[in-house]
Design a protein around this ligand. Structure first.
Ligand code: AMP
Ligand code: MG
Length: 497
């Protein structure tokens, strides 16, 4: 494809040594169709949405025609999967088309997920199916809507193929956008092969792309490591503050840019339990909700191991310097977490008692098996002393009464006094910090089933529209306000690869 599109593509990754990737073109797909286009993101990327839905645009989005400047490639990476090191993973069903500069002048990777086999496919077919593609679309766009760093979804595309999984399913592609796709596993790939100069090239690439190293003093690679650690501490504290369970926190699914990536069997909790797991393959509960901060520290330690030769020529000195940063992680994470969680309780000034207050609230939710989001959302109603309305279900009433009659509630009210602001301000803070909508598993499942089995995209579009307005005041009748009934509850989620 020539330059009719006006898209200015580059692929800086293709300029790196050939060991970093394999050049592959997307496979041809019989009948590509846009299932959902993210026009807002398209505009942010300076892509014309009207062109994108025309024949040429669809061919571009689905990788059926390659725009000048784009050089499709599959990135090489390794990774620890559930604690076991796999020296070669790589993009087995994804291709990086290249980068586009967005309206803010930032380079954004455009990647196709589900575009066919690559040299990294191992036994996989390189394909994706509609369910997981729509799931990633919904959840990644929701994360963005609530200001959590994430890869984005530009388009979901049906390929016209049937893909064989446990049954025959419609094939699909996700056009994914990220500030980059370098993972801890990318560092591990070169480390495992003792390719020290490639490690340096990779680290320099990441510094050039993401970090203002001109502001750094001293050892740039140590500073790079420090910055990645900080971004991950912030990211995971975000996840924890919204009851998000990633489900596959393997090192190949940890992006060094600090964006949430690879939405497989992830889920948001309805009823709060510290050790909650949804993923069907997480038999040992390795990636359960409360383990996520520990796991990211484990992953960052694996990253540190790959960077030692860059940090110092003397290995003992390098270990000492990296350990110093890793040892700071618990405090760093806790500070992010306490700040985020206490702001969900309408507290702005951070005080020493706040950590305990947050922990006690979560203990209450856990002990009483209360709905995570409703519990936070109802705090606003409690402050305004809203009478238990008729429209409240018994579950809503139980949540409110349990919180209101707890010792925790007395401590919280007392603590709110020291904020020295009026009730309207407190309620406003609560509403701003606690979304009324989130991708409840059973709602997501219903929307995806309609798309897959009834070819009806309306439930998906309605759900997406609701999720794009996460802080709107919603009535208690709203589907987002209800925990699933036991017949609706989704207890397991699947990778769906
Ligand atoms: P994930 O679990 O999605 O993070 O993927 C882990 C690894 O498996 C990555 O190297 C993927 O590229 C690869 N993979 C997942 N699904 C497929 C598939 N259908 N075909 C080929 N490779 C796949
Ligand atoms: Mg992955």
């Amino acid at each position: 494809m020539g330059n009719q599109s006006g898209i200015k593509f580059e692929n800086s990754y293709a300029l790196l040594p050939k060991e970093f990737y394999a050049r592959v073109n997307p496979e041809s797909m019989p009948k590509v169709n846009i299932v959902n286009l993210n026009t807002e993101l398209a505009e942010e990327l300076r892509l014309n949405p009207t062109w994108l839905i025309q024949d040429e645009g669809i061919k571009f989005l689905s990788g059926q025609e390659i725009v000048t400047g784009s050089e499709p490639l599959a990135q090489a990476y390794a990774g620890h999967q559930f604690g076991t090191f796999v020296p070669q993973l790589g993009d087995g069903r994804a291709l990086l088309l290249g980068e586009i500069k967005d309206i803010n002048g930032n380079k954004r990777d455009v990647q196709l997920k589900g575009s066919g086999r690559t040299p990294f496919s191992r036994n996989g077919d390189g394909r994706a199916t509609l369910g997981p593609v729509l799931r990633e679309y919904l959840i990644s766009e929701y994360m963005n809507a609530i200001n959590i760093p994430t890869t984005r979804s530009l388009a979901a595309i049906s390929t016209g193929e049937t893909v064989i999984r446990e049954r025959q399913l419609p094939g699909a592609l996700l056009v994914r956008v990220a500030s980059s796709h370098v993972r801890i596993g990318t560092f591990q790939y070169f480390h495992a092969r003792q390719m020290t100069s490639e490690l340096k090239i990779l680290a320099d690439y990441i510094i050039g792309r993401h970090y203002p190293s001109n502001l750094w003093k001293g050892n740039v690679y140590l500073e790079l490591f420090r910055n990645i650690v900080k971004k991950q501490a912030d990211l995971i504290s975000h996840w924890m503050s919204i009851g998000f369970i990633h489900g596959v926190m393997n090192t190949d699914n940890t992006n060094v840019s600090g964006e949430t990536i690879d939405y497989g069997p992830c889920a948001f909790m309805d009823r709060f339990q510290f050790d909650k797991v949804y993923s069907s393959i997480d038999h040992t509960r390795r990636y359960c909700y409360q383990n996520q901060p520990k796991i990211i520290l484990w992953n960052l330690t694996r990253l540190a191991e790959t960077m030692l030769t860059l940090i110092d020529t003397n290995v003992d000195t390098a270990i000492e310097k990296a350990e110093e940063i890793l040892n700071e992680f618990p405090k760093l994470y806790e500070d992010f977490w306490v700040r985020k969680m206490s702001s969900k309780l309408a507290l702005c000034k951070t005080e020493t008692v706040d950590k305990g207050l947050v922990e006690n609230f979560l203990n209450l939710l856990h002990d009483e098996n209360l709905d995570f989001h409703n519990s936070f959302y109802f705090l606003g109603d409690l402050l305004e002393a809203v009478q238990l309305k008729e429209s409240m279900t018994s579950d809503h009433q139980k949540t409110i009464k349990t919180i209101e009659s707890s010792n925790w509630y007395i401590s919280w009210r007392k603590r709110l006094m020291s904020e020295k602001v009026d009730q309207t301000e407190l309620t406003k803070r609560l509403r701003l910090q606690n979304p009324s909508a989130f991708p409840r598993n059973h709602l997501v499942e219903q929307a995806l089933n309609s798309a897959i089995y009834d070819e009806n995209m309306n439930p998906f579009k309605d759900l997406l529209a609701g999720l794009m307005n996460p802080f709107k005041e919603r009535s208690l009748q709203d589907p987002f306000a209800h925990s699933p009934k036991s017949s609706e509850e989704i207890t397991q989620t699947f990778c769906g690869t």
